[in-house]
Design a protein around this ligand. Sequence first.
Ligand code: ARG
Length: 564
Amino acid sequence: MKNKLIDILAENIEELSREDIELSLEIPKKSNMGDYAFPCFRLAKVFRKAPNIIAQDIKAKIDEKEYPIFEKVENVGGYINFFMAQEEYARNLVNTISQENFGGSDEGEGKTICIDYSSPNVAKNFHVGHLRTTIIGNSIYKIYNKLGYHVERINHLGDWGTQFGKLIVAYKKWGSKEEVEKNGISELMKIYVKFHEEAEKDPSLEDQAREWFAKMEQGNEEALEIWRWFVDISLVEYRRIYELLGMEFDHFTGESFYRDKTQEVVEMLEDKKLLVLSDGAYIVPLDEYDMAPCLIMKKDGSSIYATRDLAAAIYRKRTYDFDKCLYVTGLEQKLHFAQVFKVLNLMGYDWSENMTHIPYGLVSMEGGKLSTRSGNVIYAEEILHESIQKIREIIEEKNPDLPNKDQVARQVGIGAILFNDLYNQRIKDVIFNWDKILNFDGETGPYVQYTYARCASIFRKVGNVEIPEKVDYNVLTDEVTMNLLKDMSRFPQVVKDASEKFEPFLISRFVVSVAQHFNKFYHDCQINVEDDNVRYARLKVVQLTMNVIKDALDLLGIECPEQM
Ligand code: ARG
């Protein structure tokens, strides 16, 4: 319908291209202003006339031709307001929303996106910060996938670096195999903390740690064996969390994967005369670009985080030939990525322009009170289980006969956390407030999931009906139904916008809005009525709503139980 309108406008305003018209077209806030409005202000220069005169002229031209898609056309001030023939409009909206892969497109066909996200640091607990990169990264993956891109999901584990030298020293001095096996990461964190306490008294521990890391870099079997064990122990915990979240990766290529690939980077930088010796360490100076230098190699010859990121970027370009390479981390790594991208650019890689850092804000508990056992850091696993547990209690209270209670509690508990994380712009801090997150009436995951379940229950009640492909569209022309249909029809534009801005919150806002419109429809329009014409038409709307909610929630990584 919108396309037809654009065609008509283009036909009658030769001075504007279709793109210009599309950009200008507005959807009025109030329905007495029509379904679409076209502002003529920008045409004033072209026509050398006042916008209201231009609106009047164009309206007269359109009136003359009597297009059947309009019920009426009005000019108000500098605007032309279009009132679409409602039955035709309803038919159009229903057909659009019924399309296969509605919301998606094939714009990404043949293109690859690498997304680097989650990437926890081995031997450290998976905290809520890592939960955010995981949730945001997963959603961006889903969004690009919906647009037809091939996406490589990369978990760049923090599994290499001098900290492992320290851990080995600590383990050898104070660790026990049984304790590590029993307590996993917590035990590793404990001996790591102890290392720092002891190293204050005895600085020689630091030297030993450096030696052990040097051994790791040189491929010493004893060192590598202990390190590998630490990685495996940590992965058990991480995989448990990914499973709870229902999320997967294509590659667990952590920093260690690039340990034999950093030498080449150093040589290339040397060849290109970018490397400068400073205090015994090698750096790439970036003061020309108002940035601190990028450290490439430490005094003792060991590589660092940035070196491995350079090697990783080059490896990814060679291996996946990406169109875009994205990195989802906290805002505190902004400088790091700016440096890495700049160095790649100085190396002559023009594809460095296609790399984007996608930062996000902090997570905190409302009122600074932590409901977690572990002190200051909020562990992801605890939060997830707490959420599931709380939902489980609500189910027990409100709907004790629900089948699959555990599964539903998981879907809703996890969904609530994901939705809360994705409800605002990434860069905004996330505040944990259980009452808000789990409120079935608020702008929350459970509210949207509940709306979906309500749709499903309508179908359970009416039994096995075969809704005909064509329904009586006239039934759907009331304002409430039309508002729901119009709202849903925004889906493709919302997905596209979310992809361009790397902002899943646009999807969350959209799906809440659809749920709200649906609930108005559900309240105002009786669905299960005698009259088949009415019943089928309205059931069709329910079905479309279910599809849209399910697909939109899927883009956020949230599942939809049929009953809750
Ligand atoms: N392990 C890092 C951290 O926890 C995040 C890694 C991000 N990815 C990268 N290629 N640097 O802060």
